[in-house]
Design a protein around this ligand. Sequence first.
Ligand code: ATR
Length: 300
Amino acid sequence: MADVLTFADLSNLSADPPLYGVIGHPVAHSRSPALQLAAFQAAGLPAQYPRIELTPEELPAAVEAMRRRPFAGWNCTVPHKPALLALVDARDPSAEAAGGANTVLNENGRLTGFSTDGPGWVRAIREDFGLDVRDLRILVLGAGGAGQAIACQCALEGCERLVIANRTPEKARELAGRLAPRFHSTKLLGADLRLKAIPLEEAAIAREIHTIDLVVNGTSSGLRPSDPPVLPARVLQPHLCVYDTIYQPARTGLLRAAQEAGARTANGLSMLLHQGALAWEIWTGRPAPLDAMRLALQQN
Ligand code: ATR
């Protein structure tokens, strides 16, 4: 099978052994094939899992082709997650909350869309820091795709406090506005104190950081090794846990700054692992073979 398939290849695929895959644009970098094939192999389940490059224009026809082919399920990466949600027959609450689907289950032509990004992140925080998101005061950096998925999950979990910081502050305010109903609860802090939108600026962050337990980078700043840290060490503190959703590079400027400040750190590899494990569990109904999946990520 070619390394990356295109729309034209969709009509030439056999569904034996069962066919899964990942769609995206671009998709060549995706580590999902290594992750998912390791899981299928460890479970003794034969499967195919190609990368499929699709443009946004090709997506609707591709979803119909994948429904009929039939793909048993698939993963979806940028930029198709929101558009895919509009094309499935049923939406799991996780996908509704995230505003996009990263996982599809095909049951005899009926497609259900899920988002495992937020739930996968919750498992990652538990694994990396031994902490439960519900107990934490969390600062999310970014209000784009990743920032939204994480902020929405924080709201679903009912975390103690959520501060959303974005370079374009209106986007943070808009996101906080959507999440506000979930923060009117019986927790000790009032809704106005439990949820806040601020500009991603040093002075504004410095005012909040002493009442934060976990900082999460959901911006794309740090993807290029030359990017300056999205926050400098001087605003970070030793009591913090700092999680970067970026895993390539493995140590972003933010994580270096956090280490310099004495904070605990982890990168997005654990989120990649757990969002994939949850997708695999949706498809197979079995607990994911996490050790095999973790090993595959370390080796690829
Ligand atoms: P989209 O905004 O289309 O959903 P994304 O990659 O999911 O794309 O989001 C990028 C996120 O990274 C945004 O929060 C963006 O901030 P803006 O909303 O102000 O654009 C943030 N971002 C990108 N580069 C950044 C930088 N150099 N510093 C801080 N934030 C940055």
